[in-house]
Each structure stands twice: as C-alpha cells, then as structure tokens.
Design a protein around this ligand. Structure first.
Ligand code: NDP
Ligand code: MG
Length: 392
C-alpha cells in the first residue's frame, strides 16, 4: 500500500533532507504526500508540493497566502495559511508525519499529528521539552509510534531495540561542543552571530546552530531524553565528543555500554525513521575506521556553558518548567540575532526567567493551555528585560 506522508517544516534543514529521502525513494510515485508546511519560503514550499503532488501546502504566515496561491497556480495543490491551517493539515490522516517545525510553534501541530495513531517522527524537540508528558499521553491514547529523529535520541532508540528499558542504568548523550568548544566564558563575550551559527560538524537551521553554540541544544536534548525514554534526572549524562561520530550511548545494569555510530549526517536518523522498522540503503557516507584518527570524549564545562547547569533545575522541577527554559531561550536568542544583546546574555536571561517562573510552571502542569500561557508570559518577561537593558 502506498504510504501517506506529511512533512511539517518541509522548507527547513530537516524538512528538505526528509524530502530528499522521499524523492530518492520514489517521490510521488512511491508515496501519497498529504501535507507540506513552511513559513517564509513559499517558493520552495510550492515547488516541493507540486513536485511531490501534495494535497495541501500551508504557510504559517497569513500574509503569504496570496504569494503561495500564485506559486501553486496551475497545479492541483490546495493552498492555506496560518497556524490553525497548519494544525488542520497536521490532523489530516497520514501514515507517517515528520514534525520539523522549529521552536515551540511546533507543539500544537505535533500534538495533532500525534492523534493519528500512526508514525510520528519527531525532530521538533521543543514539543517534548515543553510538554513531554502531554505528548506521550496523546501518543499512548491513540497508539501512535513516536520515532525520535534527533540524532542522539535516534541513537538511544536504536540501542534500546530488543533491550528491556528497566535494565538501563544510564544514558550518555554526546555533544560536539559547538563552535566555541574549549573557550572560557570571557572568550565568548564578543562572539558574533556569524561565528555562533558556524557549526564545525553539522549543517543545520539557524536556531539549532545557535543553540549548539550556547549548548542549550544539549540542555533541550537532556529534557527530551527524560520524556522519550522515561528516565530519572540522575540517569542522564552529557559528554563532549568533538567528532560527532558516536551519536549517543546507553549503559546497562551489567556495566555494558551500547553505542550507535555514524557520520554526522541527519539523513541517517531521518532515514531510520522513514524506513522503520526496516533498514534500507541511505545516501550517507560509510565510516572508514582506518581513517578515523581518534574519538575523543571529555566532560562539559558548566561554567562556560551554564545551559547544562540550568537544565538540572528544570528536570527536578517537572510540570511545565521545560516551557520556561525553552521560551526564555527562544526569546533571548531572538534578542541576540537582532543584535540587541550579547551572546552570554542569552543564558543570563534564561536563568532570570527560571528564577521568576519555574515554581509556578512546575505547579501548572502540562495541559496545552497551561504550557502556551507560561510560554507567552516567559517571552514577555525576557522581552521586558531586554528592553530594560540587561547587564551581561
Ligand atoms: P529550520 O530553521 O531550518 O527550519 C524550520 C522549519 O519550520 C522551516 O520549514 C520553517 O519555514 C518552519 N517555521 C519557522 N517558523 C515557523 C512557525 N512560526 N510556524 C510554522 N513553521 C515555522 O530548522 P531545522 O530544520 O534546523 O530544525 C527543525 C527542528 O528540528 C527544530 O526543532 C530543531 O531543533 C530540530 N533538529 C534539527 C536538526 C538539524 O540538523 N537541523 C537536528 C536535530 C533536531 P521557512 O523556512 O519557510 O520559514
Ligand atoms: Mg541532536
């Protein structure tokens, strides 16, 4: 039977790599493409939707509906716009959905896709971070298989196949360390946006690249792992591994460690999700161990990268605390991208937001309304601090 597939965030880094794999596997001949969504890049969205004969193409930006209609004219693809239209598209029956919108904007559509009782490939880690209990509950209620597309979590997922989760002692998440690995806090004071987005190993969207530079990406991944694999905070470790070859590891009760390795190419993890439960040929380089000079590991520097310290507070607090960390981080990043604050002020602002809102968020619990409310209030808090001129 032809598989029905949807890609949310189809114009982004993960989205285009997902479409590349769908194209290589036969495109419109092999798949029934239901929905493709994007935001600002309507030309690329329309081009992909026409090529893959999607039922509907949706831009999140209401003001771009006419441009999208224009770009789709002459085709059978339906055009729609706005956040509600994205949710509607995500709720259309599909056998496999890739959730690859960036940021908390991905939460509501991801929850829609999770209600389909099929396969949900999750790149949008922010939805797990903000509402992991809720997302897990929705998947369980509807019998949806959640497949982690984040490379670390895809690695853990693969290491766990055929194993018993209760025998897992620890999960060791690897981190490249980003472009500023090895620097002190002082040495990062004046870094520019261009330096922050220049990741040494992975070619990714702007948001996750900056998150890698601050190591907030790893903080999000620690929370994501907690919810995906039902872990206690003390079971989750982070280790810096500059080569990004070992994608993550798990340690069992008998002291044995299982690791998943591969080149730093997201098509490995995305393709694993697309072909699950089978393994098929993927266009990724094969590792040549004779040519790998070394695989290094060292402890992260928590003074230089406070994100990894702050995440521990969120793990302990529970409830909607993850939504505070994520929203503060997104709002602070927007300030950095706009040149309104320096690089280090991002973590400072997240810490201030946690101080102000974490207790309340922990008590609030994880309904969608509560999460969206705390998300909004956290953003306002951070924006106010930026407007007042935060000291670095
Ligand atoms: P990109 O910025 O490259 O792409 C984001 C996608 O979301 C684009 O399709 C963009 O549309 C769309 N988008 C942006 N804003 C909105 C919005 N407000 N509402 C709806 N859609 C929106 O991000 P990445 O592909 O890098 O990352 C996507 C997700 O995957 C993130 O959660 C990230 O953490 C995660 N991830 C990414 C990895 C990577 O290698 N890139 C690795 C592991 C996880 P448009 O481009 O048209 O504006
Ligand atoms: Mg990752």
């Amino acid at each position: 039977m032809v598989r029905r597939v949807s890609v949310l965030g189809a114009t982004g880094s993960i989205g285009t790599q997902t479409l590349d794999l769908i194209d290589r596997a036969g495109g419109a001949e092999a798949f029934d493409v239901i929905a493709l969504t994007g935001h600002s890049n309507v030309a690329a969205l329309a081009e992909a939707a026409i090529r893959l004969r999607a039922d509907v193409a949706v831009t999140a930006d209401l003001s771009k509906l006419d441009a999208l209609r224009e770009a789709l004219s002459g085709s059978d693809v339906e055009a729609a716009a706005g956040p509600d239209a994205i949710c509607e598209a995500a709720s259309r029956p599909a056998d496999w959905t890739m959730s690859a919108i960036v940021g908390a904007a991905g939460l509501a559509p991801t929850l829609e896709a999770a209600q389909q009782g099929r396969c949900l490939a999750l790149a949008n880690k922010e939805s797990m971070v903000c509402a992991g209990d809720l997302l897990n509950a929705v998947c369980a209620e509807h019998g949806t298989t959640l497949l982690p597309a984040d490379s670390e979590h895809a690695a853990i997922f693969q290491c766990l196949r055929g194993e018993t989760a209760r025998e897992v002692e620890r999960v060791i998440i690897t981190a490249s360390g980003g472009p500023f690995r090895g620097r002190t806090r002082d040495q990062m004071r004046d870094v520019t946006l261009a330096e922050a987005v220049a990741h040494p190993n992975w070619d990714m969207g702007q948001g996750i690249s900056i998150d890698s530079a601050t190591m907030f990406n790893k903080a999000l991944e620690v929370i994501e792992a907690k919810y995906l694999f039902d872990l206690r905070p003390d079971q989750i470790e982070v280790i810096v591994h500059p080569q990004s070859i070992v994608h993550s590891m798990i340690g069992f009760a008998d002291g044995s460690i299982m690791a998943q390795l591969g080149p730093p190419d997201m098509r490995g993890a995305i393709g694993y999700c697309l072909n699950y439960p089978e393994r098929r040929d993927l266009p990724v380089d094969r590792l040549d161990f004779a040519k790998l000079a070394s695989l290094d590991f060292h402890a992260p520097d928590l003074d230089a990268f406070p994100a990894l310290r702050l995440v521990r507070r969120v793990l302990d607090a529970g409830g909607a605390a993850g939504a505070v960390l994520n929203a503060a981080k997104e709002a602070a990043m927007a300030g950095f991208v706009a040149g309104r604050i320096g690089f280090l002020a991002q973590a400072d602002l997240v810490e201030l937001a946690l101080n102000a809102l974490i207790d309340e968020a922990a008590r609030a619990g994880q309904t969608l309304e509560a999460v969206l409310d705390i998300d909004q209030r956290t953003r306002s808090f951070v924006e106010q601090r930026i407007a007042q001129g935060i000291e670095q």
